[in-house]
Design a protein around this ligand. Structure first.
Ligand code: URA
Length: 238
């Protein structure tokens, strides 16, 4: 009901427990009653329209904020998907100057599960760094290191290429945590500050076939794969 814009979550609960809500013609008073898109819901005899869940994959460009609103009036990822009727929002964040894969949806439950650390969804980033990371630095990232007072989980790290002339390198890093500026902080902590950062994958989802600024709906096999990627993790409840 809250999602359909009838009332706030709390007000909706009051409407249910005080007998204002009918499902398929029967008054229900039990909070948490499950309904599907096929059920007819009425509030005081007036039918409400359920919003369908939608899932979009966006190749976020740099210089766009990944919140729904920005105090400074900068362009947001929601502005980029302006032909979509549903109120969608990003699953997690990418920094203003980070590009790459961002999942956008109105399915709050899936979004919360994906962002919860216990589900350990792998995210792969490609960073251009200043300097050429040593084996020792890459090993530290694999092992886990203290950043901002907390120990990072072991990451996968790989040196992709080196530009000796410019003294820069491309590094691939896969992590499942999502602390603020985590990749930048990890690479800075081992001595290689990030000049550019892109997220190439999120769980089973990749940017394949998209260029910066593109977006498309998830295919049902991709959504299934995404659900699969968390369903066998400890603590999962459907
Ligand atoms: N890590 C970062 O440092 N920045 C991002 O945008 C995402 C992960």
């Amino acid at each position: 009901m809250a999602r359909a814009g009838v009332a706030s979550r709390r007000k909706s609960e009051t409407l249910i427990s005080t007998g204002h809500v009918q499902v398929n013609g029967t008054v229900i008073r039990e909070l948490g009653t499950k309904v599907t898109a096929d059920d007819a819901i009425q509030v005081d005899g007036v039918a409400i329209q359920q919003e369908q869940f939608v899932y979009y994959l966006l190749y976020k460009p740099r210089s766009v904020v990944s919140t729904a609103h920005d105090d400074k009036g900068r362009r947001t990822v929601v502005d980029l998907l302006d032909d979509i009727d549903e109120r969608i929002y990003p699953v997690g964040r990418l920094d203003y100057d980070t590009s790459g894969l961002l999942l956008m949806t109105n399915d709050g439950e899936l979004a919360n599960q994906l962002m919860h650390p216990k589900f350990k969804v792998d995210k792969t980033y490609v960073a251009k760094v200043k300097g050429v990371p040593t084996n020792d630095a890459l090993e530290k990232l694999r092992h886990g290191l203290v950043v901002d007072g907390h120990k990072t989980s072991p990451a996968k790290s790989k040196l992709i290429s080196v530009d000796h002339r410019k003294n820069t390198a491309i590094v691939q890093l896969t992590i499942h945590e999502g602390h603020n500026h985590q990749v930048k902080n990890m690479l800075t902590a081992v001595g290689f500050p990030v000049e550019k950062l892109r997220r190439d994958s999120y769980g089973p989802l990749t940017l394949d076939g998209l260029t910066s600024g593109d977006y498309r709906e998830l295919k049902s096999v991709e959504l299934e794969a995404l659900r699969e990627s968390i369903s066998n993790k400890k603590g999962f409840r459907r």
